[in-house]
Design a protein around this ligand. Structure first.
Ligand code: ARG
Length: 576
């Protein structure tokens, strides 16, 4: 349900009736208008084809517009715009139907199998704000696609394999698996990583042992694998602490790290070589693809087996494509990954297409994640210049939210403020990640994102809490306010017109993979609610009928805000 989708067929029918069958299906060119609810701009584009003045055509279309009570006013303006003002009854019917629908007008799309690759932090390393953003965006897409009826398969492609594991495992052996230093992997993984790196760089013996350890690991030596398993396990605790704090839906069952593809890599290389797609160049097995050349004009290879026999990032990603198409029966695959990896992904996909692992019928999408910057517009760091610890950043966000709520609501009991601060702080961080286009950069600014005003998560949470407080004061639950909605005041009208767009916006997020559209919509709903609340008394409404209608409008608003925030992965506190 949306204004466009409801009105387009009506206007198209009028165009056909006015101009003849050859205009069947002509685009009515519906646009938002300053002067009415919506504007029809088709007459201008059709003028040439029809050979008549646009104003004339507009009048003809208007003459054929069904007069079944949809419009309160129809006016032609300027060179041939048609301004449509909807009848209050029509709006009332639409929003009442939405209130009666437990899906709030959100369609169910034909179910697709959708593996989503997101989060993907690296073992024994700190997650950075880039990982934070792919986690938050990927999780919102997963929730939204599931709500639209798709079968989402979360794929957390953690970096759990490769040469650094030699030194990491040697360090783990040296300090002991139960040592305090090993426990750092759960809380401050970079500290562990740095210690291993320092040993590697300063002690030749250690470096030699580390190199031998990589060989044992790749050869599948049982003791080395056991030790590696322990290291990964400690890292999982770290990831899960972050995921828990962020309230994302990822669990251990979604882990599909690089190592899970180890057994596929040799076969992938053999198959590509046998098919003539890969060739040996300077000892390395490479794929040379058309259309990829460097600045010097020389072709850029996708290296799938290094000259020392090792496999890298490209080979495991070829394995992800093959696995997701063949074993997960994917219809659509999303890679929610940093924008700079576009070249890598395109080369992997082109290779997979050549190999027949990625048929045309399967859509692959790189949901590009833009950088998160500090206030200096450089990569975000702490004030001291050290790389940021994500857990510390999240704690800081919760602290900032606590300060905001302490100031705004000192009357709330201490336990309540303590309980809602994480919902607000984490909601603020997530909303900041989601409310700008996922491929654009933005500046991480805790003060701005935790503010109760402006396009922020807390502002939306506050709007929802305000609606809840109306129901508390009314002594009833929102589910009891299900009467017919009759809009008459301009502010009621505006709110209702905004609300009925919800279903279409959610569907659009699923198709175009743009959560920021849902953010803007919810922001507009919250603003329209605020204007409504200022202008239209609810509990002191003139008469039970008006009151019933306004309470029902409040209930739909609450449903839209809570459901919409939920699809973004953001909680709605009961009070605020
Ligand atoms: N672990 C990688 C990183 O931290 C991201 C992996 C993304 N997923 C993938 N299939 N390549 O940069």
């Amino acid at each position: 349900m949306s204004l466009q989708s409801e009105l387009a067929p009506l206007v198209s029918a009028a165009i056909e009736a006015a101009l003849g069958a050859e205009f069947t299906g002509a685009d009515p060119v519906l646009r938002p208008s300053q002067f009415s609810d919506i504007q029809v701009n088709a007459a201008l584009g059709l003028a040439k084809r029809v050979g008549r003045a646009p104003r004339d055509i507009a009048a003809d279309i208007v003459g054929h517009l069904a007069t079944d009570g949809t419009f309160a006013q129809v006016e032609i303006s300027g060179p041939g715009f048609i301004n449509l003002t909807l009848a209050g009854d029509w709006i009332s019917n639409q929003v009442s139907a939405m209130a009666a629908d437990d899906r709030l007008g959100v369609p169910r799309q034909d179910t697709q199998q959708v593996p989503i690759d997101y989060s993907a932090p690296n073992v024994a390393k700190e997650m950075h704000v880039g990982h934070l953003r792919t986690t938050v965006v990927g999780d919102a897409l997963a929730r939204t696609l599931e709500h639209l009826g798709h079968h989402v398969i979360r794929q957390n492609h953690i970096g759990d394999w490769g040469t650094p594991f030699g030194m990491l495992l040697e360090r783990l052996l040296e300090v002991g698996e139960a040592s305090e230093e090993a426990r750092l992997l759960e809380s401050d993984p970079n500290a562990f990583y740095q210690a291993a790196r320092a040993r590697f760089e300063s002690d030749d013996d250690f470096a030699t042992r580390s190199r031998a350890r990589v060989v044992s690991l790749q050869a599948g030596d049982p003791e080395t694998l056991r030790l590696w398993g322990g290291l990964v396990e400690l890292s999982k605790h770290y990831f899960n602490r972050i995921y828990g704090a962020l309230r994302v839906t990822l669990t251990d069952a979604d882990l599909a790290g690089e190592s899970t593809y180890n057994d596929d890599l040799a076969a992938i290389c053999a198959e590509l070589e046998a098919a003539g797609i890969a060739t040996v160049s300077d000892g390395a097995l490479c794929v040379f693809l058309e259309g990829y050349s460097g600045r010097d004009g020389k072709p850029v290879p996708l290296i799938i087996r290094k000259s020392d026999g090792g496999y890298g990032y490209a080979t495991t990603d070829l394995a992800t494509v093959r696995h997701r198409v063949r074993d997960l029966a994917a219809d659509r695959i999303l890679y929610v990954i940093g924008a700079p990896q576009a070249l890598h992904l395109n080369m992997v996909w082109d290779t997979a297409r050549l190999a027949g692992w990625l048929p045309q019928s399967v859509e692959v999408v790189h949901v590009q994640i833009g950088n998160v910057l500090g206030k200096d517009r450089k990569i975000l760091r702490t004030r001291s210049g050290a790389p940021l610890r994500l857990m510390a950043l999240l704690e800081e966000a919760v602290g900032a939210a606590r300060a905001v709520i302490d100031e705004a609501r000192p009357d709330l009991p201490e336990e309540t403020r303590a309980a809602i601060a994480p919902q607000i702080g984490i909601g603020a961080v997530k909303y900041a990640d989601l409310s700008v286009a996922h491929d654009s950069e933005y500046v991480f600014d805790l003060d701005r994102m935790t503010a109760l005003t402006g396009n922020t998560g807390p502002y939306l949470q506050y709007a929802a809490a305000r609606v809840r407080s109306i129901f508390r004061a009314a002594g009833m639950g929102p589910e009891q306010a299900r009467g017919r909605i009759v809009v008459s005041e301009p502010a009621e009208r505006e709110l209702a017109l905004e609300l009925i767009e919800f279903g279409e916006v959610v569907a659009h997020v699923g198709t175009a993979l743009e959560p920021h559209r849902l953010c803007s919509h919810l922001f507009q709903v919250a603003q329209a609610f605020s204007a409504f609340y200022e202008n239209c008394p609810v509990l002191k409404a003139a008469g039970p009928q008006v009151q019933g209608s306004r309470l029902a409008l409040c209930a739909v608003t609450l449903d839209v805000l809570v459901t919409g925030l939920g699809l973004l992965g953001i909680d709605s506190p009961e009070v605020m």
